[in-house]
Design a protein around this ligand. Structure first.
Ligand SMILES: CC(C)(COP(=O)(O)OP(=O)(O)OC[C@H]1O[C@@H](n2cnc3c(N)ncnc32)[C@H](O)[C@@H]1OP(=O)(O)O)[C@@H](O)C(=O)NCCC(=O)NCCS
Length: 216
């Protein structure tokens, strides 16, 4: 597989577009990772990264030749709002770890993290043909856990009381999704519009019924 497939130039969604990072993005990283609200959710250490740590992180893990990191931009106006990446890409076992940070806090909770995660999972399973994508998340990070569950990741493990935050100990969860689970979700999603079309098609005896997503 060519390196362009491993390191895509862009991954395009409905509302976000993922692009390769450029050196100027370090400015945004300086702001995001110096913010205690971001640090609380993403760091094992108490408190935000120091400026020198942010520079090192950016050079080695974001724009480094081996990093599969993508900048998250809003499609509407191009605004840079975050970053996501695979690390520990393991070709022998077909696995990788996923990371995501929407650094612009006013953009939390609007579906962008879900869409960026889905784009990266599609890349992992449909282009790279990985077998497994996993991640770690602190149990108090409810927004992140909901995002990952919505994308099809399952909670598979729990490191008990691994993290000290806000004056108490919390578990660290491991979540993962396998290639066949992703494929099954894709086929189910592809079948849904067909079922809805059938539901609205006028039948000989029933006439026209409204489409519905509720199956129960
Ligand atoms: C975690 C993160 C990527 C999620 O992206 P997002 O764009 O904010 O989230 P989305 O809008 O796509 O989805 C949020 C989900 O959490 C829910 N949610 C929103 N605010 C919430 C809150 N305060 N508490 C719990 N759930 C919340 C939403 O309802 C939605 O779930 P649903 O689709 O089942 O309704 C983003 O918030 C982020 O980067 N946070 C800071 C860094 C971080 O935590 N990174 C992950 C480390 S593992």
């Amino acid at each position: 597989m060519g390196s362009e497939a491993w390191f895509p130039v862009r991954l395009t969604g409905e509302r976000v577009i993922l692009r390769r990072h450029v050196p100027a993005n370090v400015e945004a990283f300086r702001r995001w990772y110096a913010d205690p609200r971001v640090a609380r959710l993403t760091r094992y250490q108490d408190g935000p990264m120091r400026p020198i740590e942010i520079e090192r992180f950016f050079l080695s893990r974001v724009v480094g030749p081996d990093s599969l990191a993508m900048a998250i931009h809003l499609k509407a106006d191009g605004r840079l709002i975050g970053t996501c990446a695979f690390s520990q890409l393991d070709g022998d076992n077909g696995s990788a770890l996923f990371h995501i940070t929407i650094g612009e806090i006013d953009c939390w909770g609007q579906g962008h993290g879900t869409e960026a995660t889905q784009l990266m999972l599609a890349h992992a399973f449909e282009t790279l043909h990985l077998h497994r994508v996993a991640l770690s998340v602190f149990e108090f990070n409810e927004r992140a856990i909901r995002t990952y569950l919505r994308c099809g990741l399952l909670i598979e493990g729990r490191a008990r009381e691994a993290i000290w935050r806000d004056g108490r100990r919390w578990d660290e969860l491991t979540m993962s999704i396998l290639g066949h689970e992703w494929a099954a979700r894709r086929s189910a999603a592809a079948e849904q519009p067909a079922q809805e079309a059938q539901a609205v098609a006028p039948g000989p005896a029933q006439g026209t019924r409204p489409a519905t997503r509720d199956m129960g």
